[in-house]
Design a protein around this ligand. Structure first.
Ligand SMILES: Cc1cc2nc3c(=O)[nH]c(=O)nc-3n(C[C@H](O)[C@H](O)[C@H](O)COP(=O)(O)O)c2cc1C
Length: 319
């Protein structure tokens, strides 16, 4: 492989740490000449909870974001074509220069990023940090709407309804059971160590994965948490990809500012709650994902990293 191809493969490798719905990692990469192609993997799509592939594409967008951060950290300037079909995106390496320490720091942040399902502390997220997160989402290509207190209460009711509907749907339950709990030797899914041992007592319920994990979630509440919706103008595949890039960028900023992020996707998985979220946005935007933002207990280590598929399963080189 050439030096460019090594850098592209290393970026795809770093992108394995990207967040994805139920840790499905629904992406694969092909190094072809001076380009890196990103493909969705429908075999790892949640066909019950995500029949349109919205969350799958969003997860691929987060992986795209991570790969771009890794390339910047290794000093590569790139051009990116975001496509409507397959591949979803093509990154072309254009030129190389000494890496900037700022870009290297951004990559480090992505390496420590994780989903934190512990309850948050009573310390509020500073308004300036919320501003920085919104700016991160905009850089990624979407927007962030932070809910007011009344809207948080509406969200709590919505999530109760979506959770209830999913609990009574045997196929959805079976799908969740395939991805959550246990020790996850397969390299995918959410292990016990990332799931709360007891249901946290919060106003807005965390997702019920149907299994008790082993994570000490703490005894706090979520009264100091902020809830927000990542949203945008369109509801096409290109918009979902951008939403994923926005999620990646926002989460990078949050990690740097000591802010824990918990995505809550059940309300966007069902039409009736997704429409209710859309009404919250004044019917002018499409909701892609709900997030809980808060300060986690700094005295205790967060959950360990969740597993990832080996590089050999997600990266190939075309000769
Ligand atoms: C599109 C998307 C939707 C997600 N939805 C939820 C959710 O509803 N509840 C939850 O606890 N985690 C959710 N997550 C977090 C994933 O489970 C998590 O990213 C994955 O298990 C990998 O773990 P990590 O983020 O700690 O690396 C979501 C993540 C993404 C990208």
């Amino acid at each position: 492989m050439t030096a460019v191809q090594d850098a592209l493969a290393a970026a795809a490798d770093a992108a394995r740490r990207a967040p994805s719905v139920h840790n499905t990692q629904p992406w694969r990469w092909v190094v072809r000449g001076d380009t890196l192609e990103l493909y969705a993997v429908p075999e790892r799509q949640l066909t019950e909870q995500d029949p349109d592939g919205r969350l799958m594409t969003l997860s691929c967008g987060a992986a795209l974001h991570h790969a771009l951060v890794a390339l910047a950290a290794s000093g590569w300037k790139v051009s990116v074509s975001r496509l409507v079909g397959e591949p979803l995106a093509v990154i072309r390496a254009v030129s190389h220069a000494p890496a900037d320490p700022y870009d290297m720091h951004r990559l480090q942040l992505l390496q420590v990023r994780r989903t934190d399902r512990r309850v948050v502390t009573d310390e509020p997220v500073e308004p300036a940090v919320l501003e920085a997160l919104a700016a991160g989402a905009r850089r990624g290509g979407a927007r962030l709407h932070v809910l007011n207190r009344d809207q948080v209460l509406q969200l709590a009711v919505m999530i109760e309804h979506s959770g209830e509907a999913q609990r009574h749907d045997a196929r959805m339950q079976a799908e969740t059971a395939r991805w959550a709990g246990g020790s996850r030797a397969s390299g995918t899914g959410i292990p016990d160590s990332a799931l709360p041992a007891e249901t946290p007592l919060t106003t807005v319920a965390e997702r019920d994965f149907g299994v008790a994990g082993s994570l000490a979630a703490g005894e706090g509440h979520d009264s100091a948490a902020n809830y927000a919706i990542i949203y945008g103008d369109g509801d096409e595949r290109s918009d979902w990809l951008a939403a994923g890039e926005a999620l990646g960028e926002l989460w990078l900023v949050a990690t740097g500012r000591g802010t824990a992020v918990l995505p809550l996707s059940s309300p966007v998985e069902l039409d009736f709650t997704r429409l209710a979220l859309r009404r919250m946005l004044g019917d002018v935007g499409w909701p892609y994902l709900v997030l809980r933002l808060g300060i986690a207990d700094p005295e205790h280590a967060g959950p360990p990293h969740t597993p990832r598929l080996p590089a050999s399963e997600v990266i190939s080189v075309s000769t």
